[in-house]
Design a protein around this ligand. Sequence first.
Ligand code: HMH
Length: 221
Amino acid sequence: EGKSDITAMWIKKHRLLYTGATRHPFILNIRDGSIDISSFKRWLAQDYLFVRAFVPFIASILLKAWKESDDSSDIDLILGGMAALNDEIAWFKKEALKWGVALNSVVPHKANVDYCRFLESLMSPDVEYTLAITAFWAIETVYQESFAHCLEDGSKTPEELKETCQRWGNEGFGQYCRSLQNITNRRLEKASDDMFSKAEVVLIRVLEHEVEFWNMSRGTI
Ligand code: HMH
């Protein structure tokens, strides 16, 4: 470990917040089969809006990688992520139809607006690649760790939600997240002290936004 796996060190350091984001009651309720379908539908509709905002975010990272990265394989990975989003948006439309959720009339919730605004702040050309890739890695990893938990042995995830959990919980997506983590670690190893502390703050902000995003599914705030 040491200075070569900084992201793993940060996850340990911020364990409580990380667990809050990856083991949220919404996820635990999917896993134990007690999920209220109206919560799931609320999450589905809001996440569709989030994913649409995620497209320009990834495009901005692609641009930063092209300008700043010393490893051209970063571009291939980010491009692959972008291509997967095309499929993901089609999946949201199909899934919404299945659950009777009207995607064209979804009103973004405050937590969603705040999270998308945070993404937008990172899209600025003034924000360094290192910071943006840290956020990207953290955002994807929270979903991977959350939904993979719903597929582990002993989980009682309802059959009709398994496809959703597979989307982010599958091993291929896990590998993709590890590749993003490797890029993030590589960048952080060479980062200045200032960049290093800024990146840690970015990670904390992502985790906080993810908790708020899950909270939204309750529909009480
Ligand atoms: C809120 N975080 C949120 N939505 C997503 N779809 C992901 C992460 C993963 O792409």
